[in-house]
Each structure stands twice: as structure tokens, then as C-alpha cells.
Design a protein around this ligand. Structure first.
Ligand code: DGL
Length: 264
């Protein structure tokens, strides 16, 4: 591919910033546009067809603004829409996400893997097919953790309330014998220190962000862009700017764009 592609990246909110940070590590000069659909977050509690329609609108928004490649930095949107988006825009490379069951199955000693994600991700055919193809005989326990998405959207990644909610979601998985926890939602990457602390030293936490960023680099090839970074949101631009800095150490190179659905 050409060297100055604009890479569009999207999520329902700030979770995908964890993937964006990894993409910047892989491709430091790449021009990037990140869209947080915060006006309509969370995605994970909605029916898949609704998430699919919203993912289509966001993709169109990014393509209209010049994106050449799109990274769906959201497991829920990937589960709901990756196949449809590839079919609708055959000329556009889409990089999607799926829970990293494969590396977890290769590394588990107990033979039991815990996957944390949104309810919608577990309902999608993508998750069933990932387990079928990659669990390699390991037992897969699942837990939907919608409160973790809310925590991260509020920028609350430590403190007693966050810890309590992490403990609550992990309890069944740890009691069930999981020695590997797969993060199946990009918001959860910001909770890794807390998850590791609650799970303890015998439990590995698998974050797919770095592998997805390497896949983006494989698709783009190389990049000698201008390291532009445009942030955009359907929610509050000031809040996205602040959270991007605080959660991911990311500063946009231009003012945050605001998107108002149904209104331009
Ligand atoms: N960050 C999204 C994911 O990876 C979902 C969060 C939400 O529920 O909106 O699944």
C-alpha cells in the first residue's frame, strides 16, 4: 500500500484508545483518525443488528473523511459488523478484533481459560467460531462485564469501587480454575493493573491490542505520514481530549472533531 494512508480507528468510546496507542508504537509516523461513538456508547448491551448499523455509520463517517484503512478497535463492533463491512466496502481493508482464545489455549496450564467481554460479543457467531477453532480442548468460561466499560468511560481505573467491580466479575472465573484471562473488550486494557492485582501472580492476562497493531502494520506496510492524529467523538469533545491524555497519554494534533448523528 502507499506510504501515507490515513488509518481510521473506531470504538464505542475510549476503549479503542488502548489499541490506538499500540498502533502508534508500531507506526509512529502514520496519520490516524480515531472515532469514539460516545454519544451512543455502550455498544455491548445493544442487539447485534443495532451495533452493526452504528458501525456502518461510523465507518462511512471515517471513509468520507479520507480513511483508507479501518481498524475496528472494538470486539463488539467486530462481532456485529466485520463481515458485513468487508462485503459492503470490498476495496477497503478492515482490521477487526476477536478474543485472543488461541494464545490463551496454548499457554494455559490448568486447561481453563476465562474470557471477559461484553454480552453482545458472546452472542455473536464470531465468538462461537473462535472457541470452536482455537480453544484446542481447553475449557472456556465466559463473563460479561458491562460495569467495567462504565468504569473506563468515567476514567475510573483504580480505587475501591473499581476494585470491587473487578473482583465481582473475576470471582467465578478464578473459582472455576481459570489461570488465563482473555480481555475480549478494548476498554478492559485500561484495567490491566487492577485485574492482575486481583487475579494474583498465577494468572496470566492476555491483551490482544499489540497483536492487532502488528496486523495493522502488516496491512499498511510502512508509513511515512506526518504523524497526524485526529480525534473525533459523537459525545463531548473536551471529555475525549482529557481522557485520551489521562488514560492513554495521547494528544491529538488538531482540535477534537464533533459528530452529531442525524444532524450533520
Ligand atoms: N470497547 C468495546 C469492545 O471492545 C465495547 C464497549 C461497549 O460496550 O461499548 O467490545
Amino acid at each position: 500500500m502507499e506510504s501515507s494512508e490515513l488509518i481510521g480507528v473506531f470504538d464505542s468510546g475510549v476503549g479503542g484508545l488502548s489499541v490506538l496507542a499500540e498502533i502508534r508504537r508500531e507506526l509512529p509516523l502514520a496519520d490516524l483518525m480515531y472515532f469514539a461513538d460516545q454519544g451512543r456508547a455502550p455498544y455491548g448491551v445493544r442487539p447485534l443488528d443495532e451495533v452493526s448499523a452504528m458501525s456502518g455509520e461510523v465507518s462511512e463517517w471515517l471513509l468520507d473523511r479520507g480513511a483508507d484503512v479501518i481498524t475496528i478497535a472494538c470486539n463488539t463492533a467486530s462481532a456485529a459488523a466485520l463481515h458485513q463491512l468487508r462485503a459492503r466496502y470490498p476495496e477497503v481493508p478492515f482490521v477487526g478484533m476477536e478474543p485472543a482464545v488461541k494464545p490463551a489455549a496454548l499457554n494455559t496450564s490448568s486447561g481453563i481459560i476465562g474470557v471477559v467481554a461484553t454480552a453482545a460479543t458472546f452472542q455473536g457467531e464470531l465468538f462461537a467460531s473462535v472457541v470452536q477453532r482455537h480453544a484446542s480442548g481447553a475449557r472456556v468460561l465466559t463473563k460479561a462485564c458491562p460495569t467495567w466499560v462504565e468504569l473506563v468511560e468515567r476514567g475510573e481505573i483504580d480505587g475501591p469501587r473499581a476494585r470491587g467491580q473487578v473482583e465481582q466479575c473475576l470471582a467465578g472465573l478464578l473459582e472455576g480454575g481459570a489461570d488465563t484471562i482473555v480481555l475480549g473488550c478494548t476498554h478492559f486494557s485500561f484495567l490491566i493493573p487492577l485485574i492482575e492485582d486481583v487475579a494474583g501472580p498465577g494468572v496470566a492476562v492476555v491483551d490482544p491490542g499489540p497483536a492487532v497493531a502488528r496486523q495493522v502494520r502488516r496491512v499498511v506496510g510502512y508509513s511515512d505520514g506526518d504523524a497526524r492524529l485526529i480525534l473525533a467523538t459523537s459525545g463531548d469533545p473536551a471529555r475525549l481530549r482529557e481522557w485520551a491524555r489521562r488514560l492513554a497519554g495521547i494528544e491529538g494534533t488538531e482540535p477534537v472533531l464533533a459528530c452529531v448523528w442525524n444532524g450533520g
